[in-house]
Design a protein around this ligand. Structure first.
Ligand code: RP5
Length: 160
């Protein structure tokens, strides 16, 4: 004979648990800032500065879609569960990072095309790589080296 199932929690208990869970996560970063190389840091730290001025918690990670593909996939897959709500991803050259992140999460991803020492046409290579995503896997793309604008857009997404 099978054991009787426990009665489902009444809705008000579920709501209370959800509220307590949100309060526990209050210090968790809401925005993830990722970039393909340490050499991108000078351009990308402007996003962190903008978020900090707005009191929005964030974290910064360096991970390359080409050099560390498994790290990028794990980060993107776990992002929502960890409390992140928007990801800002900056990369130069064949800038695959924003698109690969978007392939592994349903969070909004804002791509920042970056110039680097061997950029073509001042970052046009990265701009096209980030903007030209296939249908169904969107990446919002700001201008070349537009990290600050990416942070402003992330803030607007969080308050939408
Ligand atoms: C991209 O290649 C990075 O995002 C960076 O902008 C560019 C050059 O990287 P490094 O060779 O300086 O590490 O993946």
């Amino acid at each position: 004979m099978t054991e009787p199932r426990p009665a489902p929690a009444p809705p008000e208990v579920e709501t209370q648990v959800a509220t307590e869970f949100d309060e526990l996560e209050v210090d968790a970063p809401r925005v993830g800032i990722v970039m393909g190389s340490k050499t991108d840091m000078a351009a990308m730290e402007k996003a962190g500065e903008e978020l900090a001025e707005r009191g929005i918690s964030y974290e910064t990670r360096v991970m390359s879609a080409h050099r560390d593909p498994d790290v990028v996939a794990d980060y993107a897959r776990n992002a929502r569960m960890r409390g992140l709500r928007v990801i800002i991803a900056g990369a130069g050259l064949a800038a695959a990072l924003p698109g690969v992140v978007a392939a592994h999460t349903d969070l909004p991803v804002i791509g920042v095309p970056l110039t680097s020492s061997s950029s073509v046409a001042g970052g046009l290579d990265a701009l096209l790589a980030i903007a030209q995503m296939p249908p169904g896997v969107p990446v919002g793309c700001v201008g070349v080296n537009g990290a600050r604008n990416a942070a402003v857009l992330a803030a607007r997404m969080l308050s939408a």
